[in-house]
Design a protein around this ligand. Structure first.
Ligand code: HEM
Length: 474
């Protein structure tokens, strides 16, 4: 069905191109290119732009190639393209990263692609989400979450991994992450209620960064329908909680939903129920796949490098020795997991879960001699530095020692972004990833069942078959 739709789409494009090119150039541009000195590059086909080429490289597991090819073709750290129906200037390299991160709300402002806007219609800005996420994830709360996530990880491993010879890492880690988010963001513990949301949530996430072709059967259309289904379930939960707040029976005073219900914005206005549902969807989306991908790829690399696995195990055993048997993990324990975090950082360098993000240009400016007009979109990406030998020698090599000492050069290692829009969930992600790794390594070694399993990036990187492994309990 999807192939047929794409074919239909291509036919439409061919007619559109013919129509467009039969007009003189002056109709297409308000001002001549030579005068404006726009960045070099192609915007590809009308509407789809270069999205299909970008997606094909992602499917091959090499999204960085899209940027690398163009950077070397134009010998520039900025080039233009068109992705997901947006005209974009791609900013590459550490200086460009610094420029984007330090000019937030001056020259540029965070912007979602229009495909995502249609899936979350009432979440036009993520400012409220950011503020609430920062309140929820303030240090005091994070410290408390360590023990809670530890107990969720233990019970998940006991019920889903123990006594299994082989497991599909991706699907189980996804289940663990979703359970942890439902518990901490919504105070939902019922496994049936969690499972009920998990499936449509996955379909929604898969639909968001596809071409926004809202035709029956397309991934985008399925994503919108799935988002509506999760939204309905969330609206039920919101209504029930609102009742508890009104009756002053509120017991979950520190989860994301309570914060959305009880904290007004700077003008004293409270969010409507559909707005809260969209913000909850966005929070689940921002946290879920990125953490799942990080844990899954950490497990993949530890299977491939047994000596690195042994080092992590050694660090863990020295932490465990200082604890009373059965005592849950705490914040101090996490600070001692330095080597484990270097391993995760190397995973985030080689397989960044987030491929980059958009900014909208607020006012005309010049960057590196190129004119960037107001209204354009900018895209920054970790793929422009993470695998560049200028900043990371032998960049394809898995080597956690890169993060020892002073670590990478500023603005070259940017899996969480940077500046005032840096990911507000980065410390929470660290808690979830390290706590899960501590528990799974404490119980098992594992071996990959598919030694040459491909990685696909759609747009979150994932092992193509979900990383099936054989478990060897200690
Ligand atoms: C390894 C896991 C994660 C990675 C690699 C990651 C990465 C990112 C990146 C690159 C951005 C965009 C920053 C920018 O545009 O400059 C972002 C934004 C965001 N992330 Fe994360 N993230 C992770 C986990 C989480 C978690 C666990 C949460 C929630 C608890 C979260 C919540 C958010 C939110 C709310 C935003 C939007 C911030 C804003 O609008 O200012 N992330 N993340």
């Amino acid at each position: 069905m999807e192939l047929f739709l794409l074919f239909l789409f291509f036919l439409l494009m061919v007619f559109f191109c013919f129509f467009l090119y039969s007009f003189p150039l002056s109709f297409k541009l308000k001002e001549p290119i030579s005068k404006l000195q726009l960045p070099p590059g192609k915007t590809g086909w009308p509407i789809v732009g270069e999205t299909l080429e970008f997606a094909a490289m992602g499917r091959n597991g090499t999204p960085e190639k899209f940027f690398k090819d163009r950077m070397s073709k134009y010998s520039q750290e900025v080039f233009k393209t068109s992705l997901l129906c947006e005209q974009i200037a791609v900013f590459c390299g550490p200086a460009a990263n610094k420029f984007v991160f330090s000019n937030e709300n001056k020259l540029v402002a965070l912007s979602w692609p229009s495909s995502a806007k249609k899936i979350f219609p009432s979440s036009n800005s993520s400012t409220k989400l950011r503020a609430v996420a920062l309140t929820l994830l303030k240090p005091d709360n994070l410290h408390k979450y360590v023990a809670i996530v530890d107990s969720i990880a233990k019970s998940h491993l006991e019920t889903q991994w123990n006594f299994q010879k082989e497991v599909n890492v991706l699907s189980l880690v996804r289940q663990f992450d979703f359970t942890a988010a439902c518990r901490l963001f919504l105070s939902i513990n019922d496994p049936h209620q969690i499972e009920d949301c998990a499936k449509p949530f996955e379909v929604m996430a898969a639909g968001i960064f596809t071409l926004p072709i809202n035709l029956p059967g397309s991934s985008y259309n399925r994503g919108i329908k799935a988002a509506n289904s999760v939204r309905q379930k969330l609206l039920g939960i919101i209504k029930q909680r609102k009742g508890e707040v009104m009756d002053k029976q509120l017991v979950h005073d520190e989860d994301l939903l309570s914060l959305f219900l009880t904290k007004p914005d700077e003008n004293g206005k409270f969010m409507s129920e559909p707005e809260i549902a969209d913000h909850l969807l966005a929070a689940l989306l921002a946290s879920q796949d990125s953490t799942t991908a990080s844990i899954t790829f950490t497990m993949k690399y530890l299977a491939e490098f047994p000596d690195i696995y042994d080092e992590v195990l050694k660090e863990q055993r020295s932490i465990a020795q200082e604890k009373i048997p059965g005592e849950p993990l705490n914040w101090k324990d996490l600070q001692k997991m330095r080597y484990a975090w270097n391993v995760v950082s190397e995973v985030l360098r080689l397989v960044p879960p987030v491929q980059g993000n958009f900014r909208e240009v607020l006012t005309d400016f010049t960057y590196s001699t190129f004119f960037i007009p107001k209204g354009w979109k900018i895209y920054w990406t970790p793929n422009s530095t993470h695998k560049n030998p200028q900043y990371f020698s032998d960049p394809e090599k898995f080597d956690p020692s890169r993060f020892e000492g002073s670590g990478p050069m500023p603005h070259t290692f940017v899996p969480f972004g940077g500046g005032s829009r840096i990911c507000p969930g980065k410390d929470f992600a660290r808690v979830v990833i390290l706590v899960f790794m501590y528990n799974v390594i404490g119980k098992f070694r594992w071996e990959k069942l598919l030694p040459d399993e491909k990685t696909v990036v759609l747009p979150i990187p994932l092992p193509a078959k979900g990383l099936p492994v054989v478990l060897h309990p200690h």
